[in-house]
Design a protein around this ligand. Structure first.
Ligand SMILES: C[S@@+](CC[C@H](N)C(=O)[O-])C[C@H]1O[C@@H](n2cnc3c(N)ncnc32)[C@H](O)[C@@H]1O
Length: 227
């Protein structure tokens, strides 16, 4: 069966880092949640003032990006027909492996609870022999090795313009994963560009990551004759 591998790279998904654990914004949000800071997701809408101290802060603290992407991807016809594999590589070099049958909570608060459980136990459900999601420490290059690939197609607004259908045909013919950034601002790290056989832009302006995922999956559905 023809499968499209999509990697969401440098996803803006992490628990609160120790550098900001004592900031009042963090203390009050964790108190409300009745959770230790190390078990709470960093979220710029809650921890904006605390995040001013953090390096690379413009790329961090946006779990909502991954929520929207997973809703889009896992409910898409290409996934329902078994032609999609999606991997979430995070800014801290962790990788979330997602079972395609996973039903992501539609509600953001419930999604956050699920991802916090994932960070705490390493998988959800905890203690299940066949988890729906599991997270492991893995760099981008080691993720490629794990899935037996060495090169990728990276999507970036600064790449060479290419239409989505041609990108999908190339991904299928050369068996290359398609990489989309899971962060709100900025560019990919060098290690990701170093693994990129092609860098393509699908439009002349920067788009939100979930729009790019949606356009690419739609194009793959047409190329594969699903829609
Ligand atoms: C919100 S963008 C990343 C931030 C963006 N570089 C900026 O500073 O506004 C998220 C991801 O969507 C993809 N993307 C956004 N616009 C794109 C475009 N015009 N063509 C191809 N990919 C795009 C890239 O993979 C990018 O890393």
């Amino acid at each position: 069966m023809k499968v499209i591998n999509v990697i969401i790279a440098e996803a803006s998904l992490e628990t609160i880092p120790s550098e900001v654990a004592t900031h009042p914004a963090v203390i009050s949000s964790c108190k409300l949640r009745k959770k230790h800071w190390s078990e709470v997701l960093l979220d710029t809408s809650l921890h904006y003032s605390a995040m001013k101290r953090l390096p690379n802060r413009l790329k961090r603290g946006r779990p909502d990006i991954i929520h929207t992407i997973l809703l889009e991807a896992l409910s898409s016809p290409i996934n329902l027909e078994g032609h999609l594999k999606i991997f979430i590589h995070t800014l801290n070099d962790q990788v979330i492996f997602v079972d395609p049958v996973t039903r992501i909570p539609r509600n953001y608060v419930r999604f956050v609870g699920l991802i916090e459980q994932l960070f705490k136990y390493g998988q959800v459900p905890p203690n299940d022999a066949n988890p729906l999601m599991r997270i492991v420490n893995l760099s981008f290059i080691n993720l490629l090795r794990r899935i037996d690939r060495s090169k990728v197609i990276t999507l970036s607004e600064s790449g060479k313009h290419m239409d989505c259908e041609s990108i999908c045909r190339l991904a299928l013919s050369e068996d290359l994963p398609i990489v989309i950034g899971g962060f709100p601002h900025g560019d990919f790290r060098n290690d990701i560009y170093e693994c990129s056989k092609y860098v393509f832009s699908i439009y002349g302006k920067s788009l939100d990551a979930w729009v790019v995922v949606s356009r690419i999956l739609g194009a793959c559905e047409r190329v594969l004759g699903i829609l």
